[in-house]
Design a protein around this ligand. Structure first.
Ligand code: C2E
Ligand code: CA
Ligand code: CA
Ligand code: CA
Length: 279
């Protein structure tokens, strides 16, 4: 048994070594990819639950890898977070989104706001407001066309810093969405203090709609709470007409998910402008 345990130890070490090596390789590749401008942004439409009208889009980063093809955030975002490269990547994404908005504006389209995901790291450094201002100015975009999505996990580090950063975003007119809502642990008091404009309910809860009654109870409680606090509610990950029907009945404001559209390259998402797209 002793030698077995020893063998196991060696096995884990080799495994850990490979993991570490993979992380270091990806980190190095990521840094180079930022330099070489290999990132692109896809846009997922968000529509009004009742009218089906396009009301916004979410910017989702992709890595156009020269050998591996198109990589999704699952393949690199954790490593970007851990290495702090997420701060640079966040700047890249914000700049690309504002450049895209400027292009659509030049094409004479009636813009809808684009929400950009921000990581806790960016809030730690207190640079989210400056990041927005720089990109908005560079491309001549009004602040109301950018929204910031953040998760409750940002509260874990420096809550006071986060409150101040959120206040400063409001001062410049950038709305804030609380992403993956329902998966974190923030108290109602924290939620109230956070002063966010929109609750974006995690798709794990959307997935329960139509199946169990509890799923509906949870969602309808969120909708009434949001009403009372003056917030809007977005359901993420809406995939079926049944889920949509429940969300319409519960009075959820906006929906996003494969039922409407997958995230799309900018050139393809434009077809949603001025459309009503619910089944
Ligand atoms: P998220 O912010 O919760 O984004 C929603 C994810 O759900 C996206 O995955 C989207 O493609 C996917 N999704 C949308 N509708 C549906 C649906 O109906 N069903 C299912 N099953 N999935 C759906 P994606 O693009 O792979 O992004 C994953 C995560 O990576 C995002 O989760 C976000 O946390 C992070 N991320 C993406 N772009 C950025 C970025 O620019 N900056 C930062 N910091 N994080 C980003
Ligand atoms: Ca998001
Ligand atoms: Ca989410
Ligand atoms: Ca997420």
């Amino acid at each position: 048994a002793k030698s077995e345990a020893k063998g196991q130890h060696r096995f884990f070490s080799a495994d850990l070594y490979r993991q570490l090596q993979h992380r270091l390789d990806t980190e190095r590749e990521l840094a180079a990819a930022i330099e070489e401008d290999q990132f692109i942004v896809h846009y997922q439409p968000r529509v009004n639950t009742h009218s089906g009208e396009l009301v916004g889009m979410e910017a989702l980063v992709r890595w156009q890898h020269p050998e591996k093809g198109l990589l999704y955030p699952g393949a690199f975002i954790d490593i970007a977070e851990a290495s702090n490269l997420i701060v640079q990547l966040g700047e890249v994404v914000m700049d690309k989104v504002c450049a895209q908005l400027a292009q659509w504006q030049a094409e004479g389209r009636a813009l809808v706001p684009v929400s950009v995901n921000a990581s806790a790291r960016q809030f730690d450094e207190g640079r989210v407001k400056d990041l927005c201002i720089r990109a908005l100015r560079r491309h001549g975009i009004d602040a109301r066309y950018i929204e910031i999505e953040l998760t409750e996990s940002i509260m874990a580090n420096n809550a006071q810093q986060v409150f101040e950063e959120l206040r400063s975003l409001h001062e410049i007119g950038v709305p804030v969405h609380l992403d993956d809502f329902g998966t974190g642990y923030s108290s109602l008091a924290a939620l109230h203090k956070l002063d966010v404009d929109v609750l974006k309910v995690d798709r794990a809860f959307t997935a329960q709609l139509g199946a169990a009654q509890e799923g509906e109870v949870f969602f309808s409680a969120i909708v009434s709470m949001a009403r009372a606090l003056g917030m809007r509610v977005i359901a993420e990950g809406v995939e079926t007409p049944q889920q949509l029907a429940v969300l319409q009945r519960l009075g959820c404001d906006e929906v996003q998910g494969y039922l409407v559209s997958r995230p799309l390259p900018a050139a393809e998402v434009v077809r949603f402008y001025g459309q009503r797209t619910l089944p």
